[in-house]
Each structure stands twice: as C-alpha cells, then as structure tokens.
Write a protein that binds this ligand. Structure first.
Ligand SMILES: Cc1cc2nc3c(=O)[nH]c(=O)nc-3n(C[C@H](O)[C@H](O)[C@H](O)COP(=O)(O)OP(=O)(O)OC[C@H]3O[C@@H](n4cnc5c(N)ncnc54)[C@H](O)[C@@H]3O)c2cc1C
Length: 386
C-alpha cells in the first residue's frame, strides 16, 4: 500500500516536471522548429537532463525504470505539444528494450547506461525499400567472417537515422532458412565505416525529427553485437518490442486527438457566426461531443493495454486495439478540429494544421491499422477456441 502510494507520488512528480518542461521549453519554439523542419538539438539536451532517454530502462542500468503506464502518460503529454519530440525518445527506448529483454549481460552493461543518459541515441532499423509489413522478406544480410559479420543492404524510413548513433538492425543471417524467420537476427549496430546515411527523407508532417535511408556496404560488426548472442531470434526480438511500440503510438494518438479537441473547444468559444459563438451551434456541439468521447475512450484503451503490459501478461490484442482506436481518433479529431476552425484551420499559423499532417503517420507506423485488425481477430479466435 505504501509502495503504491510512493509510486503514485513519484509519477505525479515526474509528470509535473514534464508538463513544466513542455510549457516553458518546448511550446514557445514548436511553430518555428516545425515549419523550418529543424532538429531540436537544444531541447534534446534538456530531454537528456530530464532522463527521458532512460524512461523505461531499469534503474540498475541507470534509467528511471518507469512503468509503461507512467511512460504512456508522458508520451501523451509530449504529443499534445509536439508529436515529433516523442519520436526522438520512443524508438530509442524500443531499441533499449530489446537489449534489456534479450541482450547478453555484457551488452546490457556496455550499452544500457549510455542509452539511459542519452549519450548514445538511436532507434529501430527494420523497414527496407521493398518491405515494411512483411518483415520476413528483408534482404539485408549479415555473413559471418571469423569474429565479425559483414552486413550489406539498405534500410529506409529510419527515425533518428541522421542524429542517432546506434540502431537495432534486423538482418538475415541465413537467407535460405525455412521458415524465413529462423534466418533472421537483430544486431546493435553503431555508425562507422560501411554504415552511412544515404539520404534524408522529406515528409508531409512529423517534422524536426529526422527520417533517413541507411546504407550498409561491407559494414564490419563484431560478432558480440548480435543481440542475445544467438542467430535466428531476430524477428522474435524485434516483434517483442512492438507491443511496447504500439502502446507508445496509441499514447501519441491520444495526445494528438486531445490537442485537436483542446484547440476546437477554445476556438469555438471565440469565433462568432450569426451573432453567437460557434460552440452554441448544435452542429459544432455534435462534433465536440464525438471528439471528446473518442479521446476518452482512446485514453482508457491505452491505459488498459499499458496496465496489462506492466503485469507482464501478453497484450498484443489489447495493444493492437489501443493503437487502432487511438490513432484513428487522432485522424478524425484533427480533421474535425480543422473543420471547426473553418478557413483558419488550413492556415500554417494555426496548430490544427500540424496535427492534421501528423496524425496519418500514426495509422501506418508500428504495424499499419489494417494489420492491427488482423492481429486482434487472430487473437480473438485463439483465445476463444470452440
Ligand atoms: C515517418 C515514418 C517513420 C518511420 N520510422 C520507422 C523506423 O524508425 N524504423 C522502421 O523500421 N520503420 C519505420 N517506418 C516504416 C513503417 O514502419 C512502415 O512504413 C510500415 O511498417 C508499413 O510498411 P510499408 O510502408 O512497407 O507498407 P507495405 O507493407 O508495403 O503496406 C502497404 C499497404 O498494404 C497493406 N498490407 C500489407 N500487407 C497486408 C496484409 N497481409 N493484409 C492486409 N493489408 C496488408 C498495409 O496495411 C498498407 O496499407 C517509418 C515510416 C514513416 C512514414
């Protein structure tokens, strides 16, 4: 009971300091950083000091050791102000989670404290030009050469690809293996000769954070960087991080949807048509009512998935539901908020325009929403056999 209360107090303190940081050090700068598509280097330094790069890394490895529930609340708060910022630590923490869950003791000791301090930052390199959903079709190979592997191939859409230094890299160590996943392995790859950024990718939204194509050309990596030290478990290790990733993305969806709602509630009270604020027109009230209900339901689904994850139970169905619902809510709420803003919603001077450009990414990343529906249905059948 006392432990529970102490954990709640800790959570309140952390959320408070994140709120203050966002209010003072992020909000005033978002508009310019977003429209100039500038990497927020100074804000990243503050995020290091706040411990965000170690949020879910265990305290014994130098992190804050936060529960997924608390972490999801942080991601939501950050995304209400600027979703791009959450991407800078979210995929970094999924890379760290792969090491924490599946790495050797030597890998944990070597990397986790430096990940937690934000001294080495990075992300997850799974997607390739020819495949994202069908990960077993990747073509990047790692061939053993004595105490090293030689890696060749291309990864694309990699978040933090330019400013990050280290990536959990999914490769084929046995391209002929059947089933295909038995030939897949996950490495912890640090930039060096043979591992280069081939180009920065331009995007509709999600500005500020870098998305890049990465090229591997006879990149020599020591064999002890194979996560867990055993070949053939890469897909399992990569997918193991996706439940956390989906809760992450769901929390971002809640944040974007909440921000869209907040903007609409405020604007509809000051904009007048036909002699009264538009919030007094029933057509606008119907929109606000639907949006508020979606935001609340999205938050409850996300908290539910995070709670199950924290208990150490399987939650692919619940994380999939949260991801699906919360991200669709973000898309719908940002569009409805834009409609409520009328012509001003289409202006770059108003926040809702950014929310409208950011939201669609959420239905694609961490497994498209089409795939979430399939995952939910498969789990439903598996859990209810006749
Ligand atoms: C801004 C941004 C950041 C990203 N960051 C990262 C990152 O950090 N690391 C990383 O590895 N990747 C990253 N990605 C890639 C992202 O994860 C992929 O784009 C996503 O997984 C979808 O893969 P794809 O684009 O190859 O689409 P495809 O797999 O080609 O899918 C195309 C369409 O077909 C549908 N589809 C595919 N298979 C099926 C099926 N079996 N049944 C029904 N429908 C299906 C999909 O739902 C989708 O609608 C990022 C992408 C973007 C845009």
């Amino acid at each position: 009971m006392r432990n529970e209360r102490a954990a709640k107090d800790d959570e309140a303190l952390i959320l408070d300091s994140v709120r203050r940081f966002l209010e003072r050090e992020v909000k005033p700068f978002v508009h310019k950083l977003e429209h100039d598509d500038t990497y927020p280097a100074e804000i990243v330094e503050r995020m290091k000091a706040l411990g965000l790069f170690g949020a879910t890394i265990a305290a014994e490895h130098g992190g804050l050791g936060l529960s997924t529930t608390t972490y999801a609340r942080i991601v939501e708060l950050v995304s209400t102000v600027w979703m791009s910022l959450s991407g800078i630590f979210n995929s970094h923490l999924i890379m760290a989670a792969a090491v924490q869950r599946f790495g050797t003791d030597e890998q944990k000791a070597r990397f986790l404290p430096r990940f937690a301090a934000g001294e080495i930052r990075g992300g997850l390199a799974l997607t390739e030009p020819d495949c994202g959903t069908d990960l077993q079709a990747i073509r990047t190979t790692a061939r053993r050469q004595g105490d090293h592997y030689a890696i060749n191939g291309t990864k694309t859409w990699i978040s933090n690809g330019i400013h990050g230094q280290c990536f959990a890299l999914l490769v084929k160590t046995d391209p002929a293996a059947s089933p295909r996943h038995r030939g897949m392995s996950l490495f912890l790859a640090e930039k060096g000769p043979g591992f280069t950024v081939s180009r920065k990718l331009e995007k509709l939204g999600y500005k500020g954070i870098d998305s890049a194509e990465l090229a591997f050309s006879d990149y020599r990596i020591p064999a002890d960087r194979l996560i867990g030290g055993v070949e053939g478990r890469g897909l399992q290790h990569a997918l193991g991080g996706l439940e956390l990733g989906r809760i992450n993305v769901a929390a971002r969806g809640v944040g974007v949807a909440q921000a869209a709602l907040d903007e609409a509630v405020a604007y509809s009270q000051v904009r007048k048509t036909f002699g009264k604020p538009i919030c007094e027109h029933q057509a606008i009230q119907l929109k606000l009512g639907d949006m508020a209900t979606q935001v609340r339901a999205a938050r409850l689904l996300t908290e539910d998935a995070a709670r199950i994850y924290d208990k150490g139970e399987r939650c692919d169905m619940e994380a999939g539901m949260a991801k699906l619902f919360a991200t669709e809510a973000a898309v719908q709420c940002s569009l409805e908020s834009m409609r409520i803003h009328g012509g001003y919603g289409y202006s770059k001077e108003f926040t809702v325009e950014r929310l409208y450009r950011d939201a669609p990414l959420l239905v694609i990343g961490e497994g498209t929403n089409e795939m979430q529906r399939l995952i939910i249905a498969r789990q439903l059948i598996q859990r209810n056999p006749v």
